[in-house]
Design a binder for this molecule. Structure first.
Ligand SMILES: [Fe+2]
Length: 300
């Protein structure tokens, strides 16, 4: 996970990598993993894209034990050249981008307490590994992640990391993908959430909007509750192509209101806007009673 508020001091991303210390996990922790895995996979099987399930199998990520990064990485490296690396705490934008463009995905090592299966203050190994890693076996998805990391440099230059963080949010964390006329999950925030994995598809509350890169970068984010909108990509190839073929500089200049560029307004996650290709107009029934509170908590 990244934090968009970069301060001056540059950090070498390598200094943030720690040992997983896999042997230190207790039986209780392995049991917690098993409980989380088993209840989640039942929800995901009919709702998640097949590439995710293929990745889970390929990496042999099973309910039996917390994954050992050394074992996972042998398979992941062979598939796409990526690795999962253990890190401590939240990682700031620059280090996060540096990791991604070096094909390293940062993961926490701790696992939530058994009494708090649905409550998380910061992402744990279940979110980071179960949620994020399986799709890194898919070449197009992995290529998008690499491009995202590379793109970070320009966002840092323009001081628009907030906008790039929003893109991460609406794709890698909470993205949906179109499959045979239906939306399926691919975002890690959805894949690892017991409640939201069902809510995003089964509950008619949230809007489903066809993915548009600029729209995502302009749409503000709250992190405290289920989302009011989800963006649906056509395919991982399309996501990658949009990221590679978009010239971000004019967009960033407009975001910053630089001279000669018409400033663009920021958008709210609750609203539909002209130009949206709406795939499902949500009722917003879940969101309406909380809207004021959520609007005040918009943080990215
Ligand atoms: Fe995440």
């Amino acid at each position: 996970m990244s934090d968009s508020n970069d301060k001056k001091k540059p950090v070498n991303y390598k200094d943030l990598i720690i040992d997983q210390n896999w042997n230190d996990y207790t039986n209780v922790q392995h049991e917690t993993w098993k409980m989380l895995y088993e209840r989640q996979i039942e929800i995901l099987e009919p709702r998640i894209c097949v590439e995710y399930l293929d990745g889970l199998k390929l990496l042999d990520i099973s309910p039996d034990k917390i994954p050992d990064f050394n074992e996972v990485n042998e398979r992941l490296r062979a598939a796409t050249g990526w690795e999962v690396v253990a890190t401590k705490g939240l990682i700031k934008s620059k280090a996060f981008f540096d990791m991604l463009r070096n094909k390293k995905f940062p993961s926490g090592t701790f696992i939530r307490a058994r009494e708090e299966l649905d409550y998380l203050e910061e992402p744990d190994i279940f979110h980071d590994v179960f949620g994020h890693i399986p799709l890194l076996t898919n070449p197009s998805y992995a290529a998008y992640m690499y491009e995202y990391g590379k793109g970070g440099e320009r966002a840092l230059e323009f001081k628009t990391t907030k906008h790039l963080a929003r893109l991460n949010w609406w794709t890698i964390e909470f993205g949906l993908i179109a499959r045979d006329g239906k939306a399926k999950i691919y975002g890690a925030g959805l894949a690892s959430s017991f409640g939201e994995a069902k809510y995003c598809l089964d509950d008619p509350s949230a809007h489903h909007i066809h993915f548009d890169l600029e729209r995502c970068m302009r749409t503000k984010v709250y992190i405290s509750d289920y989302q009011a909108s989800y963006f649906v990509i056509d395919s991982f190839d399309d996501l990658f192509n949009q990221a590679v073929n978009t010239d971000f500089s004019p967009m960033y200049k407009a975001f910053k209101g630089l001279e000669g560029y018409i400033p663009v307004e920021e958008l709210l996650p609750f609203e539909l806007y002209p130009g949206d290709q709406v795939l499902r107009k949500g009722t917003l029934d879940y969101i309406k009673p909380k809207r004021k509170e959520l609007e005040e908590s918009l943080s990215i």
